[in-house]
Design a protein around this ligand. Structure first.
Ligand code: SF4
Ligand code: MG
Length: 328
């Protein structure tokens, strides 16, 4: 069957003095209807740019994005508008994406007007329904964004995205700015809405802990590339890329056996301006060998549906063994 969203070698480069910035550099994945795929990595690795390329909010330098098998870069006018109705996006800072002068009711109605849905009375009824769906009260429609908390504003952002009955919602770090207790509420709301409406999510986060109970599959991104992708349980149980292991080691956990899986990450993500040759992670990888500095590792399938782009993907010791014996 045709995936709902498919990226094939998509890239976003731009020339600057001294080289080329490779923000996204050949990303491929597909997302099925009703599925949640998490895209995880440190800030600056190209996650948000990938999200925007997937909806053609920005133009790719290479590669394709397909929704339901249709290359969205070939669309314009009405066809592009219809595609945009099927795929919505919510952002980390809902306040920045909400017009402060529009009441919340007007903000939720706006996408309905843009897409020509219903008359005034039908839209008003839909706005009331949407407020209820995201756990806000009807009387709050007349209030303005600054009167709401961060978690409530994210609910408003979700209501706006849901308004036109999309099949796919791209969630660009929707809970990263929220307190941990509020994060869980918003994640649970997204899960409820998914079960109810069969939504697919591309869920972006910089923290693997956030996606553990949310995602069906996880794609780990580093410096413009996907370095590992697997079904969520597999990725947590048997990560096959040192970068994934470092991200997992960074999650605070009570079980001491799981500590020290790999040296936690030092330093920052290198600049996407002229990224390191060979394996892009070699400047921070505790397992880097000479070959890593010269030869770019291809993605290999280490188990069905589990891909890792590391020269030693198949040879890494199991995580439990690492925890007991340490890395050698
Ligand atoms: Fe580390 Fe080498 Fe694997 Fe890259 S290819 S992740 S540098 S061991
Ligand atoms: Mg971002």
């Amino acid at each position: 069957t045709v995936p709902l969203l498919e990226l094939e070698g998509i890239a976003r480069h731009w020339p600057v003095k001294g080289g080329v910035v490779r923000a996204v550099d050949g990303v491929s994945f597909s997302l099925r209807r009703g599925e949640t795929l998490a895209l995880v990595g440190e800030s600056g690795c190209g996650k948000s740019t990938t999200a925007r390329l997937a909806l053609r909010l920005i133009e790719p330098s290479a590669g394709r994005a397909r929704i339901d098998g249709v290359d969205i870069n070939g669309l314009s006018g009405g066809a592009l508008r219809r595609m945009r109705r099927r795929a919505q996006i919510i952002f980390q800072d809902p306040f920045a994406s909400l017009n402060p002068r529009l009441s919340v009711g007007d903000a939720i109605e706006e996408p309905l007007i843009v897409h020509g849905v219903g008359d005034k009375a039908a839209r008003a009824a839909r706005v009331r329904e949407l407020l209820g769906l995201v756990g806000l009260a009807e009387w709050q429609a007349g209030r303005f964004p600054h009167e709401f908390s961060g978690g409530q504003r994210q609910r408003i952002g979700i209501a706006r995205a849901l308004a036109v009955q999309p099949e796919l919602i791209i969630c660009d770090e929707p809970v990263s700015a929220l307190d941990v207790s509020i994060q869980a509420q918003v994640v649970n709301l997204l899960k409820d809405l998914q079960a109810r409406f069969g939504l697919a999510y591309l869920f972006i986060a910089h923290d693997l802990a956030v996606v553990k109970h949310m995602a069906d599959r996880v794609a780990v991104m580093y410096l413009g590339r996907i370095v590992e992708v697997a079904e969520t349980r597999r990725l947590f149980a048997d990560p096959r890329h040192p970068y994934t292991r470092a991200l997992l080691a960074a999650i605070p956990r009570p079980d001491p056996r799981r500590r020290g899986m790999v040296t936690p990450l030092g330093g920052d993500v290198p600049s996407p301006l002229n990224p390191p040759p060979g394996c892009r992670f070699h400047t921070r990888c505790p397992l880097a060998q000479a070959v890593c500095r010269e030869v770019e590792p291809p993605a290999v399938e280490v188990a069905p549906g589990h891909h890792s782009a590391c020269h030693f993907a198949a040879e890494l010791p199991p995580v439990e063994q690492v925890a007991e014996g340490g890395l050698s």
